[in-house]
Design a protein around this ligand. Structure first.
Ligand SMILES: Cc1ncc(COP(=O)(O)O)c(C=O)c1O
Ligand SMILES: NCC(=O)CCC(=O)O
Length: 477
């Protein structure tokens, strides 16, 4: 969106309190951004033709340097076509690209930015940590502090180990569960994504599903022969797997609120079966809360649903936007991790002082000034508004939402598992995605991802987003 310098264009003689909604409607119709503030009306030129010249140039350069021009397949716009946008900075709910366009951001770095970009407490903590040195490869007090904050917040975690990413967390948790039980088989669910762990890159969600490689080349049959894939929310399939292989199952890993086939919620019956069958058969239940942890509630999906797993994996928010992951669980299980036990785990930069400082600042902020009630309120407003914008244009859709995670599916629904998610109209999704980009709204670039709302999104931002969505749908008819 090209944004011209903002000047108050007139000061009306009539009362303007409560005119914001009218202004929003006019804004979308006239492709102008109209703001009513302190008795002035501001009008900005919001030309929908984007200039992405600099992005185009830098992406061309990136393509010759990095495979596909990106450092993660998820951000390559592979499913929606066109080229990824190159960014310069973020502030609150906004992202600014290198051509000077600004967008309301609903990716939030794929989850971590629950308090918006440049959250002051996190930035201050990072600056202070840098001044003390960037890495020591030796214990620090900050690691104890972050471990205590995690253990206090997450019910299943009695002991924790810090790693560098969500992938490392799930990879390590699987190894520990196998070492602890002395068994090999791991159950995962189609459309769930647990990072790029070889043995879990089977029927994987997120970019793997988006780009059509749910089973990646390079992952050998041997690596995945002990991975069993079941349908999410299917109690019968789970029961059958345990009936036939119960004494071989080391662990069941799942996203307790799935974000990686779009947002999909577990049924109460499914969660209850997971807990009782794993308990009955001595298998480790692992909640992968890399995405939903500290997001759907401070204590994660496990507190929201009242189902406590044996182990939990974390990432994204726990590192405050820096590379940090964590896995933890029952003391009895975690005592098997080297050097307390024999299951190997290590990392040069694990517990890195800068990432740890960011994590501490983030978790303290979420504890001391919880944003969850506010997030629930504005996220509900967004979900309802997006749904209505589609319904009014006669577009088949459904919205799944838990807290500030949600997906608008281009399918009448219900979307409860990978089979139903895969039926969505991904072409419509792509058109909607690009329509929103041209109206200054940056959504995840795949139908099989969840969008995230931050505590810096205001009702006005939400209404602007809904109005943009409405405008996109109306332009199709
Ligand atoms: C549920 C889940 N688990 C694991 C991961 C992997 O985390 P990372 O990308 O930090 O390796 C992700 C994110 O991509 C995720 O959403
Ligand atoms: N939902 C998928 C992710 O969060 C992955 C982001 C990335 O790898 O860039």
């Amino acid at each position: 969106m090209y944004v011209a310098p903002v000047i108050p264009v007139f000061q009306p003689s009539w009362p303007i309190d409560g005119c914001e909604n009218l202004a929003n409607c006019l804004a979308v119709r006239l492709r102008l951004k109209i703001t009513v503030e302190k008795s002035h009306v501001y009008i900005e030129n919001a030309v929908t033709k984007l200039n992405l010249e600099n992005s185009h140039r830098e992406y061309a350069r990136a393509k010759s340097l990095m495979p596909g021009g990106v450092n993660s397949a998820a951000r390559a716009f592979g499913a929606v076509g066109g080229e990824p946008i190159v960014f310069e900075r973020g502030e609150g709910p906004w992202l600014f690209d290198i051509d000077g366009n600004k967008y309301l951001d609903y990716i939030g770095s794929w989850g971590p930015m629950i308090l918006g970009h440049q959250f002051p407490a996190v930035c201050d903590a990072v600056h202070a940590a840098v001044d003390r040195g960037t890495s020591f490869g030796a214990p620090t007090v900050a690691e104890n502090e972050l471990a205590e904050l995690i253990i206090e917040a997450v019910p299943s975690v009695e002991m924790v180990r810090l790693v560098n990413s969500g992938t490392e967390a799930t990879m390590s948790a699987i190894r520990v569960a196998r070492g602890y039980t002395g068994r090999d088989v791991v159950i995962k669910f189609a459309g769930n994504y647990h990072g790029h762990v070889d043995s879990l890159l089977v029927s994987a969600g997120s970019a793997a599903a988006t780009l059509g490689v749910p089973n990646s080349p390079g992952v050998t049959q041997g690596t995945t022969q002990d991975t069993m894939v079941l349908e999410y929310n299917c109690v019968e399939g789970l029961g059958q797997a345990f009936a036939e292989h119960g004494d071989r199952i080391a662990a069941v890993i799942l996203e307790p609120v799935c974000g990686n086939m779009g947002c999909v919620t577990p049924s109460g019956e499914f969660l209850a079966a997971l807990r009782s069958l794993t308990e009955q058969h001595g298998s480790v239940l692992i909640f992968d809360e890399v995405m939903c942890g500290f997001r759907v509630a401070r204590s994660g999906a496990q507190s929201l649903f009242g189902v406590i797993p044996d182990m939990t994996t974390m990432g994204k928010i726990v590192g405050g936007g820096l590379p940090l992951g964590a896995f933890g669980g029952k003391r009895e299980i975690m005592q098997h991790v080297l050097p307390a036990g024999k299951v190997f785990q290590a990392g040069t930069l694990s517990g890195n002082p800068i990432a740890t400082a960011a994590g501490i600042a983030m978790l303290k902020s979420l504890r001391d000034d919880p944003p969850y009630d506010y997030l629930e309120k504005i996220s509900d407003r967004l979900a309802q508004g997006l749904s209505k914008s589609a319904a009014d244009a006669g577009i088949e859709h459904c919205v799944n939402r838990v807290g500030s995670m949600m997906t608008l599916f281009f399918h009448p629904g219900p979307v409860t598992d990978w089979t139903s998610a895969a039926k969505c109209d991904t072409e419509k999704f792509s058109k909607w995605f690009w329509g929103l980009i041209h109206r200054g709204v940056y959504m995840p670039c795949s139908q099989f991802e969840a969008l995230f709302v931050s505590a810096t999104h205001t009702e006005e931002h939400i209404d602007q987003t809904i109005a943009a969505s409405r405008d996109v749908f109306e332009s199709w008819t």
